[in-house]
Design a protein around this ligand. Structure first.
Ligand code: FES
Length: 158
């Protein structure tokens, strides 16, 4: 279990699905809400969504696998999100993202082999004025440069 996400619970999943019952055609919205809660979309959530939405498992599974945003595995203990949106890119974010990938030995969207850190892209943290920006376990960090990124990666690995 990491600091950001809840442990899997079928009851909580049902609650999330029900809270979106008014959202029309909302399979994607529900999948996002489930991933926001648990850090990934656990396999048992698929038939639960299908049943609630009167769809086949294959239809829900199709949506789940079509979008690369959805994670199939639990996140690592720490979650480091690096902003990949325009303002951060313009401020040197590409090189910093590559630096984080190299330091951690994983590409964006993946978790280190020891399950310590999940490295994720995010598209604008609302911190464009202090770009390039990132977020470690929900804590925002701006004005990143090589030194600050290295420190952030080191903190994530602690
Ligand atoms: S573009 Fe990165 S914080 Fe807005």
């Amino acid at each position: 279990m990491n600091a950001v996400y809840e442990p899997w619970s079928a009851a909580r999943c049902t609650e999330i699905i029900e809270s979106h019952s008014h959202v029309e055609g909302g399979v994607i919205v529900i999948l996002h809400a489930i991933q926001d809660a648990f850090g990934y979309v656990p396999e048992p959530a698929i038939p639960m969504i299908a049943q609630a939405r009167n769809l086949s498992r294959a239809e829900v599974h199709g949506v789940f696998t079509f979008y690369h945003d959805f994670r199939h595995e639990p996140a690592g203990k720490r979650v480091l999100k690096i902003c990949r949106a325009e303002a951060c890119q313009a401020a040197g974010g590409d090189a910093l993202a590559a630096r984080a990938e190299q330091s951690l030995g994983v590409k964006l969207g993946h978790t280190t082999a020891d399950d310590r850190v999940t490295l994720e892209p995010i598209y604008c943290l609302g911190l464009c004025a202090t770009a390039p920006s990132a977020m470690l376990d929900g804590k925002l960090v701006g004005r990143l440069d090589e030194k600050r990124m290295d420190a952030l990666v080191a903190e994530a690995q602690r």
